[in-house]
Write a protein that binds this ligand. Structure first.
Ligand code: C2O
Length: 342
């Protein structure tokens, strides 16, 4: 059977998975609501186009900053506030939520085939909340284009310490001009890192992917154990960016380097936009592998989120497979890794 949406009323203590599951001193349970609506994707009249962050224009950045600033200004118990949005990641990833009907069995959306759809829905509502706050229904999140040499540093808009996009808990050694190391190879030469990164991208998108599960991750089922296994992209570039940005001087690699705190860094959503973009790109590759999981236990898995009107909604994985039906797409960029066979 598919994993069911968690029961918010049973939400409990979050655990620090960087520290063997020790109880965390944060309450990341969502606000309660007595009404849950089965979410229906609204009709799409104009696609939101997510821009590459390093190319974003001044006016766009101003809007984006405004949206995050307004989110941060909402009362902390408003489910659309920045704090509550960050808590979503903690609740679904640090064991605060149990699997419905399985008390004591933590939900963990990572390291499984729920990774891509969970984060897609998460960003979907985050983006709609931003659009609503600034009164722009076509507003789209930027993506950190770390798969392209031009985007392999932390995007400049995140590094201004006076901006709502800034976060103090980052590894200062890895701020621009430091080039990301997608393979966690420890390489120190920038040119070498770029070459490694393209090789890694080719590997996790093409060379090492022979089945749909190699990309999406392994089945995670109702009552099933956590961490059945991540897909190549989740395990690779996705984790690497978290490690690159998280601050090793913090007690538990906050913010980006720990599930519970990752969403507190605005860069998280920009990073995950590119992770999500990898899913859309992979589905378009002309490789002879079926691109979609057809198993009903995947398609019928459910999550709960608050929408842009602070209404609690139940969403299904199956509705998230096609991003255009969800009303957004990505600005096209070159894919220099696509035929990168050193
Ligand atoms: Cu839910 Cu990048 O982690």
């Amino acid at each position: 059977d598919p994993v069911k949406a968690p029961e918010f009323s049973k939400c409990g203590v979050a655990k620090d998975l960087n520290k063997g599951g020790a109880a965390l001193d944060v309450n990341c349970c969502p606000p309660m609501s007595d009404k849950i609506i089965d979410y229906k994707l609204p009709h799409v009249s104009k696609l939101r186009v997510r821009p590459a962050a390093h190319k974003a224009k001044k006016e766009y950045i101003a809007k984006y900053k405004k949206a995050i600033q307004l989110m941060k200004a909402l009362p902390p118990d408003d489910p659309r506030s920045f704090t509550q949005q960050a808590n979503i990641h903690c609740a679904y990833c640090n064991g605060a939520h149990d699997q419905a009907g399985h008390p004591g069995l933590d939900i963990q959306v990572h390291n499984s085939w729920l990774f891509f759809p969970f984060h897609r829905w998460y960003l979907y509502f985050f983006e709609r909340i931003m659009g609503k706050l600034i009164g722009d229904p076509t507003f789209a999140l930027p993506y950190w284009n770390w798969d392209n040499p031009k985007g392999m540093t932390v995007p400049a808009m995140f590094t201004d310490s006076t901006s709502p996009l800034y976060d103090t808990k980052r590894n200062s050694a890895n701020m621009p001009p430091a080039v990301i190391d997608l393979g966690l190879t420890g390489a120190t030469d920038d040119l070498q890192k770029v070459v490694n990164n393209l090789t890694i991208m080719y590997s996790e998108m093409v060379r090492s992917v022979n089945t749909v599960e190699d990309f999406m991750g392994k089945p995670y089922l109702d009552g099933g154990a956590n961490d059945p296994g991540p897909g190549a992209s989740e395990r690779g570039s996705h984790v690497a960016a978290h490690v690159f940005v998280g601050d090793p001087k913090q007690p538990s690699f906050e913010d980006m380097g720990n599930f519970y705190s990752a969403g507190l860094d605005p860069l998280f959503y920009c990073h995950h936009a590119n992770v999500d973009r990898m899913w859309t790109l992979w589905r378009e590759l002309k490789t002879p592998i079926p691109k979609d999981i057809t198993d009903a236990d995947f398609l019928n898995a459910e999550f709960l989120f608050y929408d842009e009107n602070a209404q609690l909604v139940r969403v299904r994985v199956g509705e998230s497979v096609d991003n255009t039906k969800m009303g957004y797409g990505y600005e096209k960029m070159d894919l220099p890794w696509l035929n990168y066979k050193p």
